[in-house]
Ligand binder design. Structure first.
Ligand SMILES: *Cc1c(COP(=O)(O)O)cnc(C)c1O
Length: 388
């Protein structure tokens, strides 16, 4: 994931993330290959059913990434040229880009400093006549207060799309994150918990919307290629193309891996939560005050465990350099889209919490196979790096 030139580390490097993949995934992928059916087919359909059941939603549509999931979600929400969509700047840039893909304008809202997520208070000042949707992100797997935002905007006819890219395995008001959204989008990139290499999922409640998103995923075809090959709808069915679609499909090889990963998700979340709690203890109350935590309305999967550097700490770049020298690969905090070239100067309101989090946080190593010994080393290296 890093594009820097490889150097010989001073100590064994503890990365920020390692996906939890094993023999079971390898066997499942090999079986898909041996079956001769590698494009979207029966394994994608099985993965969709299993994912929908795990989240507790009626419809799940597998796609090639969360970025393509968000693209379809924007079309599903009816966003087009002239429309505005309120998004957090504090997010991976794909959140804002999905709005731009369909000709809409991303309007950047600030976030709650504790959760890194949109709130009704940060969204409200940005609503206009042109607002068509809000993309509520579960940043770093911290569940956003979806109901509060929906209560504010849905009476105005504004759709809330949940960018749950990071949030498979998080919960919101006792249900899996995304379960309550009109449309939610998930990522299966290896930087998230559940991975298929690349991959994503759209979930929704409305059957008509689900059928349309299925067609849009596959060139706008009225009958999917997999169904035609399987003979569904009768021999000799000729598909039609009623609107412009895309090739946003997932492959059966990816879905085979995803089915195994989905079964491991509860264990992944439990392990990450245990390690996050242990970080909290090891860091001590003063430092841990800057560590992202569960909000009152849900539980996170700690996809990204970020730490706000305390006042008086050295510059973040210096902290990261010192950590790297100690063999610890931490990361800068979540990016802010309004500071990047495509969106520079477009913020309509000040975004103080966004700018603080993006400039003053770092993301600590957290992955399933991280040992307590390695974790002790990270914390010792961090405490040393924070000395003035
Ligand atoms: C990772 C991420 C995405 C993009 O996911 P891909 O599957 O890599 O396209 C979108 N939104 C958020 C909040 C993310 O963290």
């Amino acid at each position: 994931m890093s594009s820097s030139t490889p150097v010989t580390p001073a100590a064994p490097v503890i990365p920020v993330m390692i996906p939890w993949l094993g023999e079971e995934e390898a066997r499942a992928a090999a079986e898909a290959v041996r079956s001769g059916w590698v494009a979207q087919g029966p394994r994608v359909a099985a993965f969709e059913r299993a994912f929908a059941e795990a989240v507790g939603v009626p419809h799940a549509i597998a796609v090639s990434s969360c970025t393509t999931a968000l693209h379809l979600a924007m079309i599903g929400a009816g966003v087009g040229p002239g429309d505005e969509v309120v998004v957090p700047s504090l997010s991976f840039i794909a959140t804002a880009n999905a709005v731009t893909y369909v000709g809409g304008t991303p309007v950047f809202a600030d976030v709650d400093p504790a959760t890194g997520n949109l709130t009704p208070e940060t969204v409200a000042p940005l609503l206009t006549e042109r607002t068509r949707a809000v993309i509520a992100v579960d940043q770093g797997g911290v569940p956003v207060d979806l109901d509060a935002i929906a209560a504010l905007v849905e009476p105005r006819g504004v759709t809330v799309v949940q960018d749950a890219a990071c949030a498979a395995g998080s919960t919101y008001r006792g249900r899996p994150a995304g379960a309550g959204a009109a449309i939610a989008a998930y990522s299966f990139h290896p930087r998230k918990l559940l991975t298929t290499g690349e991959g994503g999922m759209v979930t929704c409640r409305d059957a008509g919307l689900a059928a349309r998103l299925r067609r849009l995923r596959e060139h706008g075809m009225s009958v999917s290629a997999a169904d035609r090959h399987a003979g569904a709808g009768g021999a000799g069915v000729v598909e039609t193309y009623d609107e412009i679609g895309y090739n946003h499909r997932m492959t059966d090889v990816q879905a085979a891996i995803g089915l195994v990963q989905l079964g491991k998700l509860p264990a992944m979340v439990a392990r990450r939560r245990e390690l996050a709690a242990r970080y909290r203890d090891l860091l001590g109350p003063e430092l841990a005050a800057g560590l992202v935590a569960d909000p009152a309305h849900g539980t996170g999967n700690f996809q990204s465990l970020w730490l706000l550097l305390p006042d008086g700490a050295p510059d973040r770049a210096e902290v990261l350099t010192r950590l790297a020298a100690a063999g610890v690969s931490a990361r800068r905090g979540i990016m802010a889209a309004h500071l990047e070239a495509p969106y520079k100067g477009t913020a309509r309101v000040p975004l103080p919490a966004t700018e603080t989090i993006t400039a003053r946080t770092l993301i600590l190593p957290l992955y399933h196979s991280l040992t307590h010994e390695q974790q002790d080393h990270v914390v010792a290296a961090l405490k040393a790096a924070l000395r003035p």
